[in-house]
Design a protein around this ligand. Structure first.
Ligand code: ADP
Ligand code: 2DT
Length: 231
């Protein structure tokens, strides 16, 4: 007992292609944890409420040609500007459930092909190039990957008008996520949990809730230090 420093919160990330159910599950999860009196907040990237996020929002909603590297760096800047607050939240003992992060950043930019791209140089942008601006960001304690194939994603309703909502791009994005999972598994630092997102909302919720409570327990019992991305 006594006035010991509170244990830090866990940083848990939900990733996956558009429509896999991230928004639905983040909101169910936060409600579930709060009902158990476990301090938790939701975050999402891009955070469109900041000035940088406003530029990202304009980009996503328009078809104006913009350099892909410049846009990639804006998405990364949008995480860096949030990082101090994110670290303070975790340090104060609050858990964070986050919808998309650096993995989406790398997966989407590296999935662009020459014909999708508006950059000065042709060819695809390498994973290494895409990862480098996010190196050093706070790393999640777990990645929950909601896995859904493209046909099932599309059966959940037609795409809206945003720039990346195109079938071929989404298929390549899913492949890039798998490459990022392999990189993390080789490094052995950030555990990935792949959940079949084609199950019912309730089934997905149960599986995620178990992963999340196990992760929170692990972070607290091991007093695990907060790591940095891809370091
Ligand atoms: P994301 O945030 O990953 O794009 P959403 O949570 O917004 O996904 O879900 C996309 C659509 O699919 C919504 O209409 C949502 O109600 C529906 N949906 C979410 N999860 C499931 C599920 N497990 N089964 C069927 N439909 C789902
Ligand atoms: P939402 O539909 O989840 O708001 O995402 N994206 C996201 C990137 O290209 N790079 C990033 O770093 C992030 C976080 C994924 C909007 C789109 O932005 C893409 C879909």
């Amino acid at each position: 007992g006594g006035a010991s420093t509170p244990k830090r919160g866990a940083f848990i990330l939900l990733e996956g292609v558009d429509r896999c159910g991230k928004t639905t599950q983040v909101s169910l999860l936060v409600k579930h944890l709060l009902s158990l009196s476990i301090a938790t907040v939701a975050l999402r990237f891009p955070d469109r409420t900041t000035q940088v996020g406003g530029l990202i929002n304009e980009y996503l909603q328009s078809s104006v040609q913009t350099d892909d590297r410049a846009i990639h760096l804006l998405f990364s800047a949008n995480r860096w500007e949030a990082a101090p607050n994110l670290v303070n939240t975790l340090t104060s003992g609050t858990n964070i459930i986050c919808d998309r992060y650096a993995y989406s950043g790398v997966a989407f930019t590296s999935a662009k092909r020459a014909e999708d791209r508006s950059s000065m140089s042709g060819g695809e942008l390498s994973l290494d190039w895409c990862m480098s601006p996010d190196v050093g960001l706070p790393a999640p304690d777990a990645v929950i990957f909601l896995d859904l194939d493209q046909d099932q994603a599309e059966s959940r309703g037609g795409y809206g008008g945003e720039r990346y909502e195109k079938k071929e791009l989404q298929i390549r994005v899913r492949q890039r996520f798998a490459e990022l999972q392999a990189i993390d598994e080789k490094q052995g630092r950030v555990p990935w949990h792949v959940v079949d997102a084609a199950q019912s909302i309730e089934e997905v919720k149960e599986q995620i809730a178990k992963i999340v409570t196990d992760t929170i327990d692990r972070v607290q019992s091991e007093s695990a230090p907060l790591r940095r991305m891809w370091g």
